[in-house]
Design a protein around this ligand. Sequence first.
Ligand code: NAD
Length: 383
Amino acid sequence: MSVMNNPVQLHDVSVLQKMSDHEQVLFCNDKHTGLQAIIAIHDTTLGPALGGCRMHPYRTVDEALTDALRLAEGMTYKCAAADVDFGGGKAVIIGDPAQDKSPALFRAFGQFVESLGGRFITGTDMGTTMDDFVQAMKETHHIVGVPEAYGGGGDSSVPTAQGILYGLMATNHMLFGQDDLNQATYAVQGLGKVGSKVVRGLLESGAHVVVSDVVTDRATRLQTETAHLPGTIDVVADNDIYRLQTDIFVPCALGGVINDQTIDQLRVKAVAGSANNQLATDDHGKQLAERGILYAPDYIINSGGLIQVADELYGANKDRVLLKTKNIYNMMRDVYEQAEKDHISTVEAANRICEDVLASRAKQNSFYTRSIRPKWNLTRTRS
Ligand code: NAD
């Protein structure tokens, strides 16, 4: 496992302050498998905490803790925006996904999840796969995002990409007064599971799309595979994607892409894509607004995958997921209109909408203690 150079001292007041907004933080150590993980539960006003488990070779425990806390808080807002009955949580495993994985490690992680009695439900994130959670499922029912053969909803990038297309329709409506996707031009960064599906959807509508991926083969292959679709597609090097004069920049790769280096290069009317944490800081949201660039808050437009995994807990149902994913269009319209009306950034508008949901639900619920007993517990395969 990774060497931790700078372990957190738990009597360190700054660490306790850092965790003070969160309901519960669990440090997990299993000396037999080498598991070192942190589970952060931010807020269970809406229901048990739901959030993926990331595996990353963090250099210090402090770095891992900071990531877990930040991501867990983000999930609280994402769940409130998506109108699902779950709160915000996230787990991080300290380790290199290429070297440190073993079935036993994920089974040990599953035991820690089980110890929370249903207050935390998890699944894949960066660095972890559905197969890892098939192992964790042997120790706990509180797992989502597993293959359909195990009672899960399957590939969550499908509803995520659908949600992005609905969000782009709302963005078009705000920019041009109509939803049609083919009236705008797009620059799509990242052609992985989500980006490639978004590009196909845009090309099917007849739009013009410029794409980039650090793996250039991926871009040229997609260009060949989509040649029969009505839209047109050009490929550029990744560094050129920021300064293109298209209508909408669609980041579908890494987070932090709207930053001090890139913001002045943008020539677009809007930024709306799937990447998590697109803004390097919240201030970059304000800077986009000052430049007259409409920004689609990532945690709302990319919530299709969350909608699917939340739905899985009641028995996977693709029609129900699609119906709810369509609502991303309305959510995006609300955020844009609220921001315009109140002269605030779209980030502030989205946060306000979520905080209102949390405040109104806090009057009904409080701290979540019951163990969830979803329907699939009765039917799901358990080895
Ligand atoms: P992925 O790993 O399948 O694809 C990412 C793609 O981006 C890869 O093709 C990679 O080569 C490319 N890439 C990486 N760095 C790049 C760069 N600097 N410039 C251009 N291309 C680059 O990931 P994904 O599942 O498609 O997710 C994409 C983004 O959407 C991530 O930020 C993810 O957190 C977010 N997201 C995904 C889902 C989901 O359901 N998969 C849900 C919500 C949010």
